[in-house]
Design a protein around this ligand. Structure first.
Ligand code: DLZ
Length: 208
């Protein structure tokens, strides 16, 4: 079998992630694939030196919510000192917040900083898995999410990594998470996204 020409070229320079703070925002649709992708992303971030304390993971219902949530993760770090959880309920109210965090959830009246994702972030990785169904839902969500994520990074100046699989079949999605069946298990794209995040975050610091 001939080798594929697809995939990223590798830069010789390895970027150091040890001082970086990276947020992963992931959808919960298509959980098996999502979990593998998030794990692959975290594994690569750590390999590149990002500390546990530098990784914040936030879930949202579906991919359509990713652009809004990424924007909130970035701008949410500008919360006023003294704001409380209750003050913020119009903001980050969704889902499970960073299950990997050791910070206990505070009560509604305690300082917001304890439950808000602790930015600022040097990069945000948006992870979702869209699998085509029998209606046009897929096309609309794919288009709006990809445009939305691009807008967030250009508007905020924080790199947003496009970790959204747009697969035509379940098997395509599984293969791109390293979960393919038979001989072709595929490659976990989460690792590429982790690497892209560290490179873009490090370059952004150099460019600033
Ligand atoms: C509604 C929907 C559909 C049909 N398919 C997917 C999918 O394959 N992957 C995904 O991440 N989300 C899907 N969703 C949910 C939407 O992204 C969104 O969560 C809801 O429409 C609520 O806004």
């Amino acid at each position: 079998m001939s080798e594929s020409i697809k995939g990223p070229d590798y830069v010789e320079k390895k970027f150091d992630g040890s001082s970086l703070r990276v947020a992963i925002v992931h959808a919960r649709w298509n959980k098996v694939v999502i979990e593998a992708l998030v794990n692959g992303t975290v594994k690569k971030l750590k390999e590149l030196g990002v500390k546990d304390s530098g990784i914040v993971i936030q879930s949202v219902p579906g991919s359509y919510e990713l652009p809004y949530a990424c924007a909130k993760m970035i701008t949410g770090s500008r919360v006023q000192a003294g704001a409380t959880t209750a003050d913020l309920l119009g903001g980050l109210t969704f889902g499970t917040s960073t299950p990997r965090s050791s910070t206990p959830a505070p009560s509604a009246s305690s300082p917001a900083v304890a439950i808000m994702p602790q930015g600022p972030f040097d990069a945000v990785i948006a992870i979702g898995v869209l699998i085509k169904g029998s209606t046009m839902h897929f096309e609309y969500i794919c288009e709006s999410v990809s445009h939305g994520l691009m807008r967030v990074q250009l508007d905020t100046g924080v790199p947003v990594i496009f970790g959204v699989l747009t697969a035509l079949t379940d098997e395509q999605a599984l293969e791109r998470a390293g979960l393919g069946s038979g001989e072709n298990k595929g490659h976990n794209h989460g690792e590429d996204w982790g690497e892209a995040a560290v490179e873009m975050a490090a370059r952004t610091k150099l460019w600033s």
